[in-house]
Design a binder for this molecule. Structure first.
Ligand code: MN
Length: 339
């Protein structure tokens, strides 16, 4: 079988590898579509501190079950050969403190497909049956592969308990910001989006943003005060520039929540008084914690993830796909590989 292989930072090739066997409790998946994520680009460039090499990359993937190992019938859901599945890339130990309190996505021994173990940009991959989530057969493979990116949105909106009466400010209209926007709109919340690129703000408006603010031309803090009168109840930061953090604290309403999705290692300045006086919740959100069923439900309720797909490439052209993302960031949203 062929797979997208990063032997070491800076190398990216389609390699012939032995096909995996299917072990006890596992499902063998014939992959049909896989999304390219910023974190895949970082593994390729050697700028993902968590990645281990060599690596078959890809953590956003979907395909068809072609074989099942013994005892591959997790929980309520019985799997069958021929099922179409979206694969949750998060695997956890089940024994550490975070696992014991139901937070498997931050497991002390966390292993993510495509990061810490070989992933989904391959023709065949064996995954724990519990990670394979059945999707309707009428869905396109592209739609099924978008489950993982939307699980990031589902996780942050779950962690922050987003409800229909919320007003949400999404910082950043890149792929992650847009998934959060679409999720919050589906929940029924009113959503504002901030970015510095008009083309991205246009997309945000089309996807349901009530307000789209170019924070380079307008004062975002003034606009948020006008919009809410008393500060923003929920801010989701998908830009994650540490220097913006004090502004988020100022924009949040009393009793507000600020969720953070970034991986910056630079410090941010925090004025503790803002947190105490307004009793703010500052919430981290990483990957997803059992959110695939919720996202599959969202897609069934009419959230159309293919609106975020801008390009598709056969996996053999992965290099061209990576080049396009880097050379034309304004024209690309989600780029998918087909297998
Ligand atoms: Mn991703």
């Amino acid at each position: 079988m062929r797979a997208v292989y990063v032997k070491k930072p800076g190398s990216l090739e389609v390699m012939e590898l032995p096909a995996p066997s299917v072990g006890k409790g596992e499902a063998l998946v014939r992959v049909r579509a896989a999304g390219i994520c910023g974190s895949d680009m970082h593994i390729y460039h050697g700028t993902n501190p968590l990645a281990e090499y060599p690596r078959v990359i890809g953590h956003e993937f979907a395909g068809e079950i072609v074989a099942l190992g013994e005892e591959a019938t997790p929980g309520k859901q019985a799997l069958s050969v021929g099922d179409h599945v979206a694969v949750d890339p998060v695997t956890s130990c089940g024994a550490c403190y975070p696992c014991s309190v139901g937070r498997r996505n931050v497991c002390s021994r966390l292993k993510v497909f495509g990061v810490h173990q070989d992933g989904g940009m391959t023709e065949y991959v064996s995954v724990p049956a519990a990670n394979a989530h059945v999707v309707p057969k009428e869905w396109s493979w592209e739609k099924a592969a978008m489950t993982e990116p939307f699980s990031i949105a589902a996780n942050v909106l779950s962690r922050t308990e987003c409800v229909a009466s919320d007003r949400v400010l999404v910082m950043g209209a890149g792929p992650i910001g847009l998934t959060v926007l679409m999720g919050a709109v589906l929940i029924g919340a009113r959503v504002a989006v901030a970015d510095v690129l008009d083309s991205r703000l246009d997309v945000a408006r089309k996807l349901g943003a009530e307000l789209a603010v170019n924070s380079e031309r307008q004062s975002l803090e003034d606009e948020m005060l006008k919009w809410t009168g008393e500060g923003v109840p929920l801010i989701v930061d998908a830009v994650c520039i540490p220097a913006l953090f004090p502004s988020l604290l100022r924009m949040a309403s009393p009793a507000g929540r600020i969720a953070h999705l970034g991986f910056s290692e630079r410090p941010a300045e925090i004025i503790p008084l803002e947190i105490t006086k307004k009793e703010l919740s500052i919430i981290g959100s990483r990957l997803n914690c059992n959110m695939f069923p919720r996202v599959i439900e969202w897609f069934g309720k009419g959230l159309d993830p293919e609106k975020l797909v801008s390009h598709k490439f056969p996996f053999t052209e992965v290099r061209g796909a990576f080049d396009l993302i880097e050379e034309k960031p304004l024209e690309t949203r989600k780029v998918l590989l087909t297998f």
